[in-house]
Design a protein around this ligand. Structure first.
Ligand code: ZN
Length: 141
């Protein structure tokens, strides 16, 4: 399989509901998020998708929706209060915002939505919370 890959860096807050240690607190990370795309065949030039399209469709989605925002699970006990404090900056998500769940959400929801019509498919996402800790979600074909 041939894949093309591009990463994007964002700064984002989150709170992991139910975490046993310090990730239960309000905090954030300088995330590095890798997008891996593939297609059934290469285009006439020999590409899956131009890297600039990965940027405009996926990296810019992160920039517009998650960068400098705060992700919190809609069922977290602080969710509604935080949303009242910062309507625009707090993003309620329907998953506990661990690196694993963010990766899964990007592949399952955002990839199909953003890459429609390009002929490419987002098959893997790696979410680094720090340079030492990352989670991967991939669609096994
Ligand atoms: Zn964290």
């Amino acid at each position: 399989m041939i894949t093309a890959e591009r990463y994007h860096d964002i700064s984002c807050g989150h709170k992991v509901t139910g975490h046993e240690n310090k990730c239960r607190f309000l905090h954030g990370h300088n995330y590095r998020i890798y997008f891996v795309v593939t297609a059934h065949e290469l285009d006439s030039i020999g590409r899956i998708l131009d890297f600039s399209i990965i940027k405009s469709k996926l990296c810019m989605w992160l920039e517009d929706n998650f960068d400098h925002k705060f992700l919190i699970w809609e069922h977290d006990e602080m969710a509604s209060e935080l949303k009242k404090l910062d309507e625009e900056g707090v993003v309620l998500v329907d998953f506990n915002p661990t690196a694993e769940n963010i990766a899964k959400y990007l592949v399952d929801e955002i990839g199909p939505q953003q890459l429609t019509g390009t002929g490419a498919l987002l098959v893997e996402c790696r979410v680094e919370e720090t340079r030492k800790c990352l989670a991967t979600y991939k669609i096994i074909k």
